[in-house]
Design a protein around this ligand. Structure first.
Ligand SMILES: Cc1cc2nc3c(=O)[nH]c(=O)nc-3n(C[C@H](O)[C@H](O)[C@H](O)COP(=O)(O)OP(=O)(O)OC[C@H]3O[C@@H](n4cnc5c(N)ncnc54)[C@H](O)[C@@H]3O)c2cc1C
Length: 303
């Protein structure tokens, strides 16, 4: 119930504006967001790299409604890729399709992605298309498939809470696409998504196994230790080398687990968001764990 309310609030523009204008301090948001500027994101990448992990940088923002905003968002990523190269840090980028105009015009979105992917290609870098709510799934996949035919440095995300995901995954594997597998972070109706967490977890394990057996380099994105252990055991049993896939975790969540996985010799990638548009991302993180809400409220009223 609380999760559903928070996910509903994450989409309310009025509340977002209020929170931004209220000037919620860095202290509250800092746990999940590296800072407002690209430099903050790059500093977080440097730290993560020094701890033996790699990263993916996300410029916060989604659901843009004006073409100019979508082009400006793409420009931030072009700058980010230049700076990543200049600073010799080990990170790729993750981009939300609605930030590049998916909901305005699919072609505009693809054009913006093309610019970013081509710039990344110049630096031998990689672009991950994040997956958003189920209204966007088909359009995101359409854009991805079109781009994948031209570029090999673009990847996508599959969410295990969606009924359709196994079929989508099979199609992406046919294209030899690189996949990040996650449970899914949005509020979805039972018409499209498994209502029980146990079903979501079972689907995760099933799809993870297909991915690992595909011989393509994929990302297993979860903080769920049970699933991480099952993944490790499956890889070991099937002689799948540790360096042929990676675990992915979010900035500020289960840091001790990140360190442990690095120590055990796994590739670990940390998703590092930066930017001013923190509200929807931050509220989804609150929804994932009610304890976060109490941490937030305590600090909000102290702020
Ligand atoms: C690298 C990465 C990229 C992602 N990209 C996408 C995407 O493109 N699209 C999408 O829909 N979703 C994305 N997600 C979010 C994902 O779908 C889940 O919502 C999120 O990872 C929580 O699920 P979980 O697998 O960690 O399992 P859960 O069962 O939710 O959590 C397992 C354990 O992890 C810890 N944990 C989980 N979340 C939190 C939190 N917010 N705060 C503190 N502890 C927590 C807790 O200890 C919890 O018991 C991404 C996640 C990761 C790690």
């Amino acid at each position: 119930m609380l999760k559903a309310i928070l996910l509903y609030l994450s989409r309310q523009k009025g509340i977002q504006d209020f929170m931004m204008n209220f000037g919620v301090t860095r202290r509250v948001v800092d746990r999940f967001v590296s800072g407002e500027q690209l430099e903050d994101g790059l500093n977080a990448v440097k730290k993560v790299n020094s701890e033996g992990a790699i990263a993916t940088l996300d410029h916060l923002g989604e659901e843009v409604t004006e073409p100019d905003e979508a082009v400006a968002a793409a420009d931030v990523y072009l700058d980010a890729l230049d700076q990543i190269n200049f600073n010799h840090v080990d990170t790729n980028v993750s981009v939300k399709p609605t930030q590049l105009g998916l909901k305005i015009d699919k072609k505009l979105c693809e054009k913006n992605f093309t610019k970013i992917i081509e710039r990344a290609k110049e630096y031998d870098n990689f672009v991950r298309m994040d997956m958003e709510d189920s209204d966007c799934t088909q359009d995101t996949l359409d854009v991805f498939k079109s781009l994948r035919k031209k570029y090999d440095n673009v990847g996508i995300v599959i969410q295990t809470y969606l009924y359709r995901s196994e079929k989508d995954l099979d199609e992406i594997l046919e294209l030899e696409g690189r996949i990040r597998l996650c449970k899914g972070a949005y509020k979805e109706p039972k018409e499209v998504a498994f209502p029980k967490i146990q079903q979501v977890d079972e689907n995760f394990v099933k799809l993870m196994q297909k991915m690992l057996l595909s011989g393509i380099y994929h990302g297993i994105a979860t903080h769920d230790e049970k699933i991480i252990e099952i993944t490790k055991e499956f890889a070991q049993k099937n002689n799948i080398p540790k360096d042929s896939f990676e675990f992915q975790l979010l900035y500020g969540i289960r840091t001790e687990l990140q360190h442990r996985l690095v120590k055990e010799g796994y590739n670990v990638r940390i998703y590092i968001p930066f930017g001013r548009e923190w509200y929807p991302y931050f509220t989804r993180r609150l929804a994932e764990r009610p304890a976060n809400l109490f941490f937030f409220l305590k600090n909000f009223f102290r702020a």
